[in-house]
Design a binder for this molecule. Structure first.
Ligand code: XIL
Length: 320
């Protein structure tokens, strides 16, 4: 197995990493690839689910860090860094939160209390936090959700301010999809960065999720230009959730195209000063979220369902 993380670091990045999830950890072969080969293969981990609000505050003001700790602790023990994910989202919120009717002041204090507790628990352990996740629509307007509909756009600076107060050393990120190439949504994310900075609110990075479709990923030039548009504002960028899905059953041609597509995004990050690293959204097809979310698509990850490296592993290594 190529030492993707070591190669990425030699190419100037801080890390090459992966998402993971708690149900997979008991699989010994999976754990060997995730932790056993660290930090050669992967140097960074993101919990795919267990730091989300429904997991960390399942009842109001009752916090549970069991699942998150089960990922972050072994990662740190294996000299990996952690991207922590996420503090504010429209999705995967607990029933008590989504079914309540909250006035503005109460919902703000719920948000601040959640962030103070969760970021406080992981203080010193997270290289970065995805503070706000997916707050924008594709046309660049704010998403209508429980946060925006009650608090208005102020929920975003409030969330970043609370995170900054709870961990001065974690990089604070805005994370979203469909902001990987120039367009209305990417422009809106850039305006969000500028507006936070103008208000004196700390934001350190923007996460480009990069859930791509094989053969339809943005060109190298457009990914580079897009990353540079963010870094020009004084934030770093990271590819935070990279996968490249293809229609199933996958053909050899689709898997070859996928290798090219993975390499293009890796190359974009290498080319941009201020792109700190890439994270794949899990690495083995048996644990990919894609088939469950995009019917008819799959085979999106770097390894097939039996931990055999697909061509994308070599094509990424080649870029580094
Ligand atoms: C996904 C997880 O991978 C799934 O297991 C879960 O069922 C749904 O969420 N954008 C994000 C991630 O920011 O948190 C999502 O993760 C994928 C899309």
């Amino acid at each position: 197995v190529p030492a993707l993380n070591k190669l990425a670091q030699a190419a100037g990045l801080k890390y090459f990493g992966t998402a993971t999830d708690n149900p997979e950890l008991p699989n010994a072969e999976y754990s060997q690839y995730l932790f056993g080969y660290a930090p050669q293969l992967f140097g960074q981990v993101t919990p795919a689910n267990s730091q989300k609000w429904d997991a960390t505050e399942p009842e109001q003001n009752v916090f549970n860090y069991t699942g998150g700790d089960a990922i972050i602790q072994p990662a740190l023990n294996h000299s990996m860094i952690a991207r922590c994910h996420n503090l504010n989202w429209y999705n995967q919120n607990p029933e008590w939160l989504t079914s309540g009717t909250w006035d503005n002041a109460t919902l703000i204090s719920i948000l601040q209390n959640h962030i103070a507790n969760v970021v406080g628990h992981y203080k010193g352990q997270c290289y970065a936090w995805d503070v706000v996740n997916e707050a924008l629509n594709d046309n660049g307007t704010y998403r209508s959700d429980l946060w925006y509909d009650t608090i208005g756009p102020a929920f975003i600076p409030i969330a970043f301010q609370a995170a900054a107060a709870a961990d001065p050393n974690a990089k604070l990120y805005y994370n979203d999809y469909n902001i990987e190439s120039p367009g209305a949504k990417s422009t809106a994310a850039q305006q969000l960065v500028s507006s936070l900075k103008a208000q004196g609110i700390r934001i350190d990075g923007v996460g480009l999720q990069s859930h791509f479709i094989g053969g339809e990923t943005p060109t190298l030039d457009s990914q580079v230009a897009n990353m540079q548009a963010f870094t020009a504002l004084g934030v770093e960028v990271a590819v935070t959730e990279l996968d490249v899905r293809v229609s199933t059953p996958a053909t050899d041609a689709e898997i070859a195209q996928q290798a090219t597509d993975y390499a293009t995004t890796a190359q974009a990050c290498v080319n941009v000063e201020g792109c700190v690293g890439l994270t794949v959204w899990d690495f083995d097809d048996q644990y990919s979220w894609v088939p469950g979310t995009f019917p008819g698509y799959g085979a999106a990850d770097l390894f097939d369902a039996n931990f055999t490296a697909k061509p994308a592993v070599a094509s990424i290594a080649q870029v580094f």
